[in-house]
Design a binder for this molecule. Structure first.
Ligand code: DQA
Length: 147
């Protein structure tokens, strides 16, 4: 049997992590976070696929391509979290667990970040733990899959 896959999705501006507002998002790069997530996944016997895009349609297509192929999705939709309803619809059509992930805690920030279009279709949310969240989110996905 082939190794099951967890899909990690990263939304807009996360490609700038490390340089972008380090006082909020820390000094690690997206590559660093993906490496931690990949190690956590492989420790549990999963492969990790990663897609980052600044374009909503690319993320929608990636969610479609996960249907029937990936075991779980971990998604940090970044600013798309707060208004991109096409992501909500696409995630609703995915069968496996969905873990919503944020480096910061959006609920403790500006009011416009308090709405999430991902939360209603997420199995659970990991937010506010910085880079540790990438490991925590993969661990959460694996636990959900082993229930
Ligand atoms: C973020 C929080 C969002 O509000 C913001 O737009 C981001 C990053 C986080 O990881 O903390 O780009 O998703």
């Amino acid at each position: 049997m082939s190794t099951p896959v967890i899909l990690l999705l990263s939304g807009p501006n996360l490609n700038l992590l490390g340089a972008r507002q380090p006082e909020i998002y820390g000094s690690a790069t997206l590559e660093d976070h993906v490496a931690r997530a990949r190690t956590a996944a492989s420790d549990h016997g999963y492969d990790l696929e990663h897609v980052q895009s600044n374009t909503e349609a690319v993320l929608v297509e990636a969610i479609h391509s996960a249907r029937g192929r990936c075991a779980a999705i971990v998604i940090n939709a970044a600013a798309f979290t707060h208004y991109a309803w096409a992501l909500n619809d696409a995630l609703a059509a995915f069968d496996g667990p969905v873990v919503e992930l944020h480096l910061s805690n959006p609920m403790a920030r500006e009011g416009w970040r308090h709405t999430s279009v991902v939360t209603p279709v997420a199995t659970g949310v990991i937010a506010g733990f910085g880079g540790d969240g990438y490991e925590l989110a993969v661990d959460a996905a694996v636990r959900l899959l082993s229930r």
